[in-house]
Design a protein around this ligand. Sequence first.
Ligand SMILES: Nc1ncnc2c1ncn2[C@@H]1O[C@H](COP(=O)(O)OP(=O)(O)OP(=O)(O)O)[C@@H](O)[C@H]1O
Ligand SMILES: [Mg+2]
Length: 276
Amino acid sequence: MYESFFGLKEKPFSMTPDPRYFYPSAKHTDALNHMVYAIEERRGFVVITGEIGSGKTTLSRVLFQKLDRRTKTAVIRNTQLSAKDLVAQTLDELEIPYKPSSTKAGLINALNEFLVEQLGTDSNVVLLIDEAQNLKPNVLEEVRMLSNLETEREKLIQIILMGQPELKSKLWLKELTQLRQRVTLHYHLAPLDEPESAAYITHRLHVAGANGTPLFSSSALPKIFQYTQGVPRLINGLCDRALLTGYVNESKTIDAGIIAEVAGELPSLTDEPISA
Ligand SMILES: Nc1ncnc2c1ncn2[C@@H]1O[C@H](COP(=O)(O)OP(=O)(O)OP(=O)(O)O)[C@@H](O)[C@H]1O
Ligand SMILES: [Mg+2]
């Protein structure tokens, strides 16, 4: 509702992980490069952890846009599933036909045949599991079995496990030692620092059609960082509310006062700004 008041084409701080709004911070770029490298070099197994709302799902969407057209991708975002469901969903994603009555071993066979065929045509296959911190240990063990699909020379499927920091502790469970040993690369996505947070806000405003006049005053930007500690989802929530308040108050510029006022109304933020 406030878009035209601020001269914007659309809302700049929506909560959806839209790749159009992707801001390539040094950390996000680094995480992306790690994933692209691991896939292209067929390194097998990558783990990406990151704080809640730090941009993991967004990264997964950007990653798929960056991959070579011949790379086939399977994405699993619903992680409340059994080991057999995991394999079946992977087949569905890769459009591999199978009989509903197939056993898990039958499904794995179908996958293996498909992967060998892909290798013959020089295609690479990626399985990305988002929210992997929710996978049950026996399902994680199944993921390890899938990562075992290989020829003498290379991995047939590249697997990316993405999740909140608990994923890392889960991988340290004794029963998952073998899985942990297969992880060739782990990257932890940290929140943005203060200059990156300011650049992130400017970037999103620009994509939403801002004409260059700063909508957030120079005192508002450090305040936003203090309240959100650079977590993109928290920045979005705070900035969206601040723009709405600016609109209601007919104020074209958002200053530190508006930020402090709306931050107090957002339960996800701390009551007091953490001092810089
Ligand atoms: N680099 C970025 N560029 C643009 N927007 C981003 C970036 N990182 C995060 N966001 C935005 O922040 C919000 C949260 O991002 P996302 O959903 O990707 O986080 P997440 O790490 O997957 O969160 P969760 O831990 O809840 O799964 C989204 O609105 C997304 O658009
Ligand atoms: Mg996510």
